[in-house]
Design a protein around this ligand. Structure first.
Ligand code: ACO
Length: 333
């Protein structure tokens, strides 16, 4: 796939250190070897050294050149505990609690990123999205100027004429359950910027609803309308429009009828869903019914890149998300 090839090439230009906290998980160990062989990143596996080595040996993976960091024996553990305590003490954190929490590989990996011992983290082969996001939100937090962390999927629909020759970005399908209008505007702007930076496309952002340009009145539509106005006001340089229905966003004929003066309708390549139920259901519908490849969820808005995997991921999916994370670390600079 063309986009992933470009991402791989970019990752290779400036090798980043990516921590994988599920270090003894089989697909993760296989991915670590592939990433090393391809030169996409310098991988750090977190976990018990003997367990990781045993797993690698049992599946014939060579761990030469791959770092392993065991929280229990790490020389950095106490620095991380103290730093975590300092970050969270105004939220009721105690040193005693921090001692336990930072030993959790997900928190340990997040602290490695925070303390500049890694440039990014990828996890989720066995943990849920919330398990990964919570330490990220508590420790890494939003990048300066970003009000909300969100996520996007790159959807690649084979043979489709919609979007950018079948490629569309969908957001937010994984993080914010019920964004308010300000947060929805921030999600639209972040996804437009990501589309430019990571996918090299000129974003045309549709703010999705069950109404097109005032065809229905409801408080749910009002939220999307307000978010659209806010996003346009904040970033007049971007093509963001709405509210609009999905068909008006991507089908030229419908757009001509329902939103003829919109610069986005009929041409949208970034779809912003009104809430997480719509976004999550929407991407899974396209993935299953259109046999689309869904790359993500990729997080956006963290001060340093942290990304999630689906628990059904393959080792190749892990390789791709690590490459994307490395590119985010490169382009975040
Ligand atoms: N952006 C920035 N900061 C945030 C965000 C956000 N989107 N959400 C929460 N925070 C902050 C909070 O303000 C809080 O800050 P503080 O503790 O420093 O004051 C911190 O993050 C932690 O917040 P919590 O309240 O502890 O966490 P919360 O219970 O709100 O959980 C989470 C946040 C995990 C993102 C939650 O909203 C969630 O579970 N989202 C849905 C995840 C999910 O299940 N996705 C679907 C599956 S994924 C898939 O199918 C691909």
């Amino acid at each position: 796939m063309e986009l992933m090839k470009k991402i791989w090439e970019m990752a290779k230009t400036d090798r980043k250190r990516i921590v994988l906290p599920e270090g003894d998980e089989e697909r993760t160990v296989v991915a670590a070897q592939k990433i090393k062989e391809l030169g996409l990143a310098d991988v750090i596996l977190v976990g018990n050294v003997s367990k990781i080595k045993e797993k690698a040996e049992s599946i014939g993976v060579n761990l030469d050149g791959i770092s392993i960091e065991d929280p229990e024996t790490s020389a950095k553990l106490h620095d991380y505990i103290n730093a975590f305590y300092e970050i969270r003490k105004n939220k009721g954190m105690t040193l005693e609690k921090a001692e336990k929490i930072v030993r959790d590989p997900l928190y340990f990996g997040t602290m490695m990123v925070k303390m500049d011992d890694a440039d990014g983290m990828v996890s989720g082969a066995v943990h849920t999205t919330g398990d990964l996001l919570r330490p990220g939100l508590q420790i890494i937090k939003n990048a300066p100027g970003v009000s909300v962390v969100s996520s996007f999927f790159i959807m690649m629909v084979p043979g489709s004429k919609y979007g950018e020759s079948g490629m569309l970005l969908f957001s937010d399908c994984a993080v914010n359950p019920n964004p308010n209008a300000d947060q929805l505007a921030a999600i639209a702007i972040a996804t437009a910027d990501t589309a430019k930076k990571l996918c090299n496309i000129d974003p045309k952002v549709a703010m999705l609803s069950f109404s097109t340009m005032g065809s229905a009145d409801h408080e749910l539509v009002d939220k999307v309308r307000t978010a659209t106005a806010k996003a346009k006001e904040l970033r007049p340089d971007l093509l963001i429009d709405g509210e609009m229905q999905l068909d008006a966003a991507i089908v030229r004929k419908v757009a001509d009828q329902k939103a003829p003066s919109s610069p986005v309708a009929g041409n949208a390549n970034v779809l912003v869903f009104p809430d997480l139920q719509a976004g999550n259901i929407g991407y899974k519908l396209v993935q299953r019914f259109a046999n689309a490849e869904a790359i993500g969820p990729i997080c956006q808005g963290f001060a340093k890149p942290i990304n999630d995997l689906s628990r059904g991921c393959s080792s190749d999916d892990i390789v791709n998300v690590v490459a994307l994370t490395a590119v985010q670390a490169i382009t975040n600079k």
